[in-house]
Ligand binder design. Structure first.
Ligand SMILES: NC(=O)c1ccc[n+]([C@@H]2O[C@H](COP(=O)([O-])OP(=O)(O)OC[C@H]3O[C@@H](n4cnc5c(N)ncnc54)[C@H](OP(=O)(O)O)[C@@H]3O)[C@@H](O)[C@H]2O)c1
Length: 521
C-alpha cells in the first residue's frame, strides 16, 4: 500500500502534523525523583524539544523530597535518558541546551511551606508567561492528588480559570483515577474545588498512542469501512490487550487493584469507546469526548447473573512465557498465598444503541500471556453460503479487519481468495498496511503527544470527568457481583497461555474463537 498525498492533519484535534506548544510555560513535575519522570516524562520533553515542538521559552521544575541539586537531578535525568530515549542516543549539545531549563525543587508535598517556596522560585523568572502559565504534572501517589491541589490553591499557584484570563494553569493527573466510582467522584469534586474541568487533564496513556488515535482517522476518513461499521455487517468485535510480564515487584499494588481496575476500566474501555462511538460533530475536545461518553453510557448494565455468564476472571499459575519460567501469582512477592485477585479478565459487553444493538464486544486482557500485543479485531458477518456450497468443503472464513495498536502497528483485512488452479478452492488471504513500512520507524512515545497537548491546552486525548465515572460504574457492577467469591478451577491459567478455559468457553458458547495476536511476518 502507498499513500499518495502527504498527511497534513493529525487524527484528532484537527491540528497541523508538526504541532508546537506556542505559549511559554513552566511544567512542574511532582514526583521528580520517581520512575515515571525518569523513564517517560523527561525523555518525552527532551524529544519534543529536539523536534522543535516545545514553546520557544519553557522551564521544567522537578519537585520531590530527596536531596538533590539542579545539577545532580539533571545528571540523573541525562543518565536515564540514555537508557529510555526512543532513539537510544542522546545528542550532548542538544541535551545541554535542553537541560538548562531543568531545575530541582526539594520539598515535601504535605508541607505548605514547600509551595510558598515554589511560588517564590517561579517569581524569579523574567517572562510573565513562565511565571503564570503552569502545568502541574502529578506523577505521585493518587492518595496525594487532592492535598497537592489544595496546597497549590493556597499558595495561589493554581487559580480557577475565568473567561478572559491572560494566563492559565493546568493539572495533569496520572492513573489510577480513583479505585471505584465513589472514590473517583470524590476526587473529581476535590479537584474541581480549585480548578475548572477544562484545567484538569486525566491521563490514559493509551490515548497518546498513534495507533489508538488512528482508530478515528481510519473510521471517519474512509468511506468503505464506515459504511460497514454497524450491526448489519459486523458480527462481533474483539479487543485484546496482552502483557507478557507478571506483576513483578508490584504485587502489593496489584493485590489492591487487580486487572479489571488496572487495565479494563481505562485502556480497554477507552479503545472500545473509540471503536463504537458515533462521528462527532467536530474534532473539538468536547465533541469527541461527548461521543465517547455516549458510547460508554450505552454499554448494557450487568446484573450479577449477567456477570456470572459474561465475565471471566483468571489468575496465572506457574508456567513459561517465551522460554522463561514464571512463578504463579500466589507465589509473587507481597501477594497473599490464597489471593483471589484477578490477573486476567475477559468480558462480553453489549453497546445498546442503534448502531450496535445485538453485536457482542469481547474484551480481554491479562498478565503473563504469550505475547505483548494490543489489537482490535472486527469480524464481519459471513456471506450467504449458497454459491460455493455445492463445491463441498470450502474454507470460507468471514472477513475480518485487525487494527494492531502495538507492537508492529498496522491494519490488516482478511478475505477469501481463489487458490490458482482448475478446481475451486479458496484460502483466506490478507491485505496489510504496516506503519513502519509505510511511514518509517518514527513513532513518538505516547507521553510526548500527551505533554504536548497539555501544554497546548487541548484535552481531546484526556479523560473527562463523566468518562472516568461511567467507566467505573461498569467495573463496579462487575466487582460487586464477584464479591469475595473464590476463583474456581476453570479460572486459573498457566503463565504463557492465552488465559483460562472459561474465557475460551465464553466465545465458544457463541460459536466463535478468540483471535490471538500473531507476531509480524
Ligand atoms: N511508573 C510508571 O510507569 C507509571 C505508569 C502509569 C502510571 N503511573 C502513575 O504515576 C504516579 C507515579 O508513579 P512512579 O512509578 O513514578 O512512582 P515512584 O517511582 O514511587 O515515585 C513517586 C514520587 O513521589 C515522590 N513523593 C512521594 N511522597 C512525597 C512527598 N510526601 N513529598 C514529595 N514527594 C513525594 C517521590 O519522591 P521522594 O521519594 O524523593 O520524596 C517520587 O519522586 C503514580 O500515580 C502511578 O500510579 C506510573
Amino acid at each position: 500500500m502507498s499513500y499518495e498525498q502527504p498527511i497534513n492533519q493529525s487524527p484528532i484535534g484537527g491540528l497541523e502534523n508538526i504541532r508546537k506548544a506556542d505559549e511559554p510555560c513552566t511544567i512542574v513535575i511532582f514526583g521528580a525523583s520517581g520512575d515515571l519522570t525518569s523513564r517517560k516524562l523527561i525523555p518525552a520533553l527532551y524529544h519534543l524539544y529536539l523536534d522543535g515542538q516545545m514553546p520557544d521559552s519553557f522551564r521544567v521544575v522537578g519537585f520531590a523530597r530527596r536531596d538533590k541539586t539542579d545539577e545532580s537531578w539533571r545528571m540523573e535525568m541525562r543518565e536515564s535518558l540514555a537508557v529510555h530515549s526512543r532513539t537510544k542516543s542522546v545528542d550532548d549539545a542538544k541535551w545541554d541546551d535542553f537541560a538548562k531549563n531543568l531545575s530541582y525543587h526539594k520539598g515535601d508535598l504535605t508541607d505548605s511551606d514547600a509551595y510558598t517556596r515554589l511560588a517564590d522560585r517561579l517569581q524569579v523568572y523574567q517572562n510573565e508567561s513562565l511565571k503564570n502559565n503552569l502545568v502541574f504534572y502529578l506523577a505521585i501517589s493518587p492518595s496525594l492528588f487532592g492535598d497537592v491541589v489544595d496546597y497549590l490553591h493556597d499558595a495561589q499557584l493554581l487559580k480557577r480559570w475565568e473567561e478572559g484570563d491572560e494566563f492559565w494553569q493546568r493539572v495533569v493527573v496520572e492513573k489510577p483515577f480513583g479505585h471505584d466510582l465513589q472514590s473517583a467522584s470524590l476526587l473529581n469534586n476535590h479537584l474541581l474545588r480549585h480548578a475548572r474541568e477544562r484545567q484538569i487533564f486525566r491521563i490514559d496513556h493509551y490515548l497518546g498512542k498513534e495507533t489508538v488515535q488512528n482508530i478515528m482517522m481510519f473510521r471517519f476518513s474512509n468511506a468503505i469501512f464506515e459504511q460497514l461499521w454497524n450491526r448489519e455487517t459486523i458480527e462481533h468485535v474483539q479487543i485484546t490487550v496482552g502483557e507478557t510480564v507478571g506483576v513483578g515487584g508490584r504485587g502489593g499494588y496489584f493485590e489492591e487493584a487487580g486487572t479489571i481496575r488496572d487495565m479494563m476500566q481505562n485502556h480497554l474501555l477507552q479503545i472500545l469507546s473509540l471503536v463504537a462511538m458515533e462521528p462527532p460533530p467536530s474534532l473539538a475536545a468536547e465533541d469527541v469526548r461527548g461521543e465517547k461518553v455516549k458510547a460508554l453510557k450505552s454499554i448494557r448494565a450487568m446484573t450479577p447473573e449477567d456477570v456470572a455468564e459474561r465475565v471471566v476472571r483468571g489468575q496465572y499459575f506457574a508456567g513459561t512465557v517465551n522460554g522463561e519460567s514464571r512463578m504463579g501469582y500466589r507465589q509473587e512477592e507481597k501477594v497473599d498465598p490464597e489471593s483471589n485477585v484477578e490477573t486476567y479478565v475477559a468480558l462480553k459487553l453489549f453497546v445498546d444503541n442503534w448502531r450496535w444493538s445485538g453485536v457482542p464486544f469481547y474484551l480481554r486482557t491479562g498478565k503473563n500471556l504469550p505475547m505483548r500485543a494490543s489489537e482490535v479485531r472486527v469480524q464481519f458477518r459471513p456471506t450467504p453460503n449458497v454459491l460455493f456450497a455445492a463445491q463441498g468443503d470450502l474454507d470460507l472464513l468471514p472477513n475480518a479487519l485487525t487494527l494492531r495498536l502495538q507492537p508492529d502497528e498496522g491494519i490488516s483485512l482478511r478475505f477469501n481468495g481463489k487458490v490458482p488452479g482448475n478446481s475451486i478452492t479458496s484460502r483466506p488471504v490478507r491485505m496489510h498496511f504496516g506503519y513502519d513500512s509505510e511511514f518509517g520507524a518514527y513513532t513518538p512515545e505516547a507521553y510526548e503527544r500527551l505533554l504536548l497537548e497539555a501544554m497546548a491546552g487541548d484535552a481531546t486525548l484526556f479523560i473527562r470527568r463523566d468518562e472516568v465515572e461511567t467507566a467505573w460504574r461498569i467495573v463496579d457492577d462487575i466487582r460487586a457481583a464477584w464479591g469475595d467469591q473464590p476463583l474456581t478451577n476453570r479460572e486459573f491459567y498457566a503463565a504463557g497461555s492465552w488465559g483460562p478455559m472459561a474465557a475460551e468457553e465464553l466465545l465458544a458458547n457463541d460459536g466463535y474463537v478468540w483471535h490471538n495476536p500473531q507476531p509480524a511476518e
